[in-house]
Ligand binder design. Structure first.
Ligand code: SF4
Length: 490
């Protein structure tokens, strides 16, 4: 563990610097006292020209001075100037760390979850795709392949963002799973210990769906997309699932839906009866997520389903003719190497799954695993090369990337990317990541995101993750959402 003391002349920028240091050195600790390294950044200048002066001292030392005149471009406004100051603080810190031999992070000075938001922001200001790509490398220090990947994703998304502008999407969270995967930090409670909460939760959810449906109908809104996730919605019994789907159909007009997704992520929860119900109720997209086709890893990560169950679930999805199947895999699971990832991707390509999502493992504190115990078994140094090779294989097979996001502590500083066959983009994923339209989050852990089309800002109101708390607070949660919805048209 290396300690750092950070200084900056711009108030409020220490957390910004910390994020940059953590992107390069995830084990970094911060102190205001004596440290292995002291990094000091000073930003000065005018609206036309900003200068960064930085110095790192301690075990090694280095200095940097650079000037940014690009911010003087007339397409930028005052908000962009303030933002650029923050970016220069990070850039100064990153250049200093590189000068003392730290590796260049693939996403440069972008430390947030949604790099594609920056792409849309620059395109909206009037920069062309080529100009944005150039800036991503020069100003934001992205590796060329990440700048190209981001530009490809951004251009695919832009027509979809237009299509859903002004429309509301619905997310419904079912916070139960058969078992808890060891790496999981989602709202998910294993049925073995929480089955007694299911009925009460579903009653509260039925009430929330009905009340929100009534309010949207009064306002003349029909949802753009519907997404039932979790957890694993298909962990419900066929009868419970039927009642839920029936409630959804009664409450929301489904005629103008662009997409209706149900996460059927755990193949051990699926059978023909449940999948047929989904199809009969108009679901257009399902996820069956193997994560890996290595049976030993499946046991190790606590999935407790078999490769054969994945095969059977996919066969049933295909037999019922769902327009879109999504399948996820995770890179960086302990004990796995390139040959495991190759094999898993080959299987997904063989299924011709319309959507394939390549996740990179992101150790989370809320997970059951103590990642320090398995760190030595994660092939971290191989992930970057394989991801690029995987991207090429997907593109050669007719897929293109349509959404991406990053996570704190993600292995090798990489990202998660969704790929699609032409025209089969998972639209909710784009909406959820880009935050250019309102999403109402119902159910356990549902996060409502209220989009303001004038300021482009998003405010969030969460539902409790715990099914019992959700049930206990349901009246208050629904009243709050209804009031906010009605206020949004006044
Ligand atoms: S299936 Fe998904 S939500 Fe459920 S425990 Fe595993 S990772 Fe978490």
């Amino acid at each position: 563990m290396t300690s750092y003391a950070l200084e900056c002349n711009l108030p409020g920028n220490i957390p910004n610097m910390e994020n940059m240091v953590l992107a390069v050195d995830p084990e970094a600790v911060f102190t205001s006292g004596s440290a292995d390294y002291r990094i000091a950044i000073t930003i000065s200048g005018t609206k036309q020209e900003l200068t960064c002066q930085g110095r790192i001292s301690g075990r090694q030392s280095a200095q940097v001075t650079f000037t940014d005149r690009e911010i003087g471009d007339s397409r930028y406004d005052m908000n962009a100037f303030t933002q650029r100051q923050k970016e220069m603080v990070r850039k100064g810190a990153l250049v200093l760390l590189q000068k003392i031999g730290r590796p260049a992070p693939p996403w440069g000075i972008l430390t947030g979850v949604r790099p594609s938001k920056l792409y849309h922001y620059l395109r909206d200001l009037g920069f062309s795709p080529a100009e944005v790509k150039e800036r991503l490398q020069a100003q934001f220090m992205l590796a060329p392949e990440k700048a190209a990947h981001l530009a490809a994703v951004g251009e695919v998304q832009r027509p979809w963002l237009q299509k859903v502008a002004g429309r509301i999407s619905i997310y419904i969270g079912i916070p139960f799973c058969p078992t808890k995967c060891h790496y999981c930090s989602f709202a998910s409670y294993p049925l073995a210990t929480h089955a007694h909460l299911v009925e009460g939760f579903l009653a509260a959810l039925a009430y929330e769906i009905a009340e929100i449906g009534k309010t949207l109908a009064r306002m003349g809104h029909s949802p753009a997309t519907l997404y039932i996730g979790g957890g694993t919605p298909t962990v419900l019994t066929a009868d419970q699932l039927r009642e839920l789907l029936e409630q959804v159909s009664r409450s929301f007009p489904l005629g103008e839906l662009l997409e209706y997704t149900v996460e059927a992520g755990r193949p051990d929860t699926l059978d023909r009866e449940k999948l047929k119900l989904l199809r009969d109720y108009g679901v257009t997209r399902v996820s069956v997520n193997p994560q890996t086709f290595n049976p030993r890893t499946l046991v190790r990560i606590g999935r407790q389903h078999t490769v054969e169950q994945v095969e059977a679930a996919v066969a049933q999805v295909r037999a019922l003719d769902f327009p879109c199947l999504n399948m996820d895999m995770i890179l960086g699971l302990p004990g796995e190497q390139e040959e495991d990832w190759d094999y898993t991707l080959e299987k997904l390509l063989a299924y011709r799954s319309e959507n394939i999502t390549l996740h990179t493992l992101a150790p989370k504190r809320a997970a059951t695993w103590d990642f320090s115990q398995v760190k030595g078994e994660i092939a971290e140094e191989r992930v970057a090369n394989w991801l690029e090779a995987g991207r090429r294989r997907l593109v050669a097979a007719g897929y293109y990337p349509y959404y991406l996001y990053r996570q704190r502590r993600i292995v090798a500083g990489q990202e998660n990317s969704g790929y699609t066959l032409p025209g089969r983009e998972g639209i909710y994923n784009i909406i959820m990541m880009e935050e250019r339209a309102t999403v109402l989050g119902l159910g356990g852990g549902g996060m409502s995101k209220w989009f303001d089309p004038v300021s482009l800002e998003v405010s969030r109101t969460p539902n409790p993750k715990c099914p019992a708390t959700y049930r206990g607070r349901i009246k208050e949660l629904v009243a709050e959402k209804v009031n906010k919805l009605l206020a949004s048209v006044n």
